[in-house]
Design a protein around this ligand. Sequence first.
Ligand code: MSP
Length: 545
Amino acid sequence: MLSRLSAAARPLYVTTPIFYVNAPPHIGHLYSAVIADSVQRFRKLLDPATPIIFSTGTDEHGTKVQQAALKKKVSLDKYCTSVSDEYKKLFEDCGVEFTDFVRTTEDRHKTAVQHFWSELKNRDFIYSSKYSGWYCINDETFLTESHLRKDTRDGKEVLVSIDSGHSVEWTEEQNYMFRLSSFKSDLENWFKKDVITPRKYQDIIMHSMIDSSFSDISVSRPSDRVHWAIKVPDDPSQSVYVWLDALINYLTVVGYPNEIDMTINSSWPVDLHVIGKDILKFHAIYWPAFLMAVGLEPPRKILCHGHWTVNGKKMSKSLNNIVNPYETVTKLEALRYFLLREGTMHSDANYSELKMSQILNSELADTLGNLLNRCTSTLLNPRQEFPQLHYDEFRKMKENEATHKLISLVENLSETCFRHYDNYDFYKVVDCVIAALHSANLFFSEYKPWELRKSLETQKDLDVVLHLTLETIRICSIILLPIIPNMSTKLLDKLLIPEEYRTWYFTEYISWQNDMILETRNISSKKLLLFQKIALDIQKEVTVS
Ligand code: MSP
């Protein structure tokens, strides 16, 4: 768990997986990236002085990338660069604030991989062997028969992976093997530190170790079969296995093999790897074992998330249901909200444009946007102010149930949402915020500010109503900064909240609890349309399709 206090100047190192460039990004890929981004943004919100390393990038070697480039009839270099650029652009457009974007075709990465290989070899964890087994090109992994099932494809009976549904091919070749079997008890000890969250995934992985024979794994392929790869040092007839190559990206980013730099900067180990459930085995078994073999510390924590299905089905090219983040009914920031609001770590989530439209319209427009419009409209707030709190009027209002409910929700928000962020339960953070905003809307209606504004005698009551709703919006906006950074910033700009007051500390600092009469402040008179409602006719089209 993230600690509330920052430890000295040690950076927080958070990673996303690096993404295959065999196809353009979809919402599932974006999901891994926005989770990791929200984690690092939350950490910065807690302590803006924490140095952050937040890495992402693209996984560019291997047979399936080779095949994809061939199909497009472009050179491998050009092909990889164009898809890699698409990922980079998408992440920038979605506010994913990475500090490094690594590509496995970069020289710095090749140096890291070749050094890592030599370390494994020098420590005698690698040996040559004849290998035969079922290889799945799509998942870039060998699979044992217990992980395969029969299926029919194009009228032919084939074997496919039970987990991914992708077909396998029988392969016999000379390979280098890694002595994974010697790390069984080290891994079991490492799991005792509860390194995989949610716990369910750690149980799955520990169970798989008991079930399977836990044998050594192949870590190279003949170069004549996989030529788009990094060559094994001193044996160009073999190419480094793409997963070993890919995992080392996490070391490339911190300057490996320069371990002196890594020590001085205290950048190793990784604090948090964010991954989807399909790549758990590689991160929770292979990766820590590789690291232990070369004498480096394994990661501190692995956060594993569920997958996105589309209208109840797995996303796939053959079903033609892959969701391009740029081609949904809404803008990227709202899509980010939906992914974090609906997705969970422990189970899969379902994407439907209708459901997304309904949630966004109801929460971002009708609840948050509406509350903002009500308390900043020139009709009810003609002086465009965040008015001061008049204590006598406030005390009287507190007797009312709607006020009482709002106050208790807002007063608990900081602590409750801290806990939910700390457990990576973004959907629960949003639930709490929306509940507080609902309550603020009810409170607002209860006091009929459109009546209060008519008489000078009730001016102070109106001020208090505006104050409480604006204060609720201020706190909710800070809490939402890791989830919807752009919208939250616009809200805070509208309320003219100074930059230095946009940290977690100020979610605990609530005006009415601080027994002081705040001066009246201005708000910006610039119009803000927080979220453009998705039109109903679009929703109908979506239902039909
Ligand atoms: N290249 C490997 C990772 C190497 S990391 C050393 C890879 N790439 S990927 O492009 O296939 O997947 C990247 C991330 O996207 C993974 O976390 C994966 O779980 C996630 N997703 C891919 N499809 C997904 C969904 N349908 N839903 C949610 N996330 C999914 O694996």
